[in-house]
Design a protein around this ligand. Structure first.
Ligand SMILES: [Zn+2]
Length: 117
């Protein structure tokens, strides 16, 4: 167990962040569904704009989904007392990294290796 880090603090940050993501996704569902494009009223360009915006917002949604899954994993690792250790190599994750983003699951060297691929 990584004794150096304040689990309660990170747990709270993870839960807060998860709530922000879930609330945001909930609000967005109401706001954007269904996406209707009034073909008669909007010109070709603004239709493309709307489609592009929709694609961008879907990409953002996917990123949020990935983050939410990471948060879920991080929370379950707090429960199983594995939090703060890299899921790939079992080394301690630098606390600075966790301060930056508590949902990070890998140490800096594994993260860099993953980026190089
Ligand atoms: Zn690692």
């Amino acid at each position: 167990m990584n004794e150096e880090i304040d689990l309660e603090y990170f747990k709270k940050r993870l839960e807060d962040r998860r709530k922000v993501i879930l609330d945001g996704q909930e609000a967005k569902k109401k706001e954007t569904a269904p996406v209707e494009l009034d073909q008669a009223r909007v010109g070709r360009l603004s239709r493309m704009d709307a489609m592009q915006q929709q694609a961008m917002s879907q990409a953002a949604d996917r990123l949020l989904d990935v983050e939410r899954q990471r948060i879920q994993t991080a929370l379950s690792r707090i429960e199983s007392e594995e939090y703060g250790y890299c899921i790939l190599c079992d080394e301690e994750i630098a606390e600075k990294r966790l301060q930056f983003d508590p949902s990070l699951l890998t140490c800096i060297s594994c993260a860099q290796k993953a980026e190089e691929k």
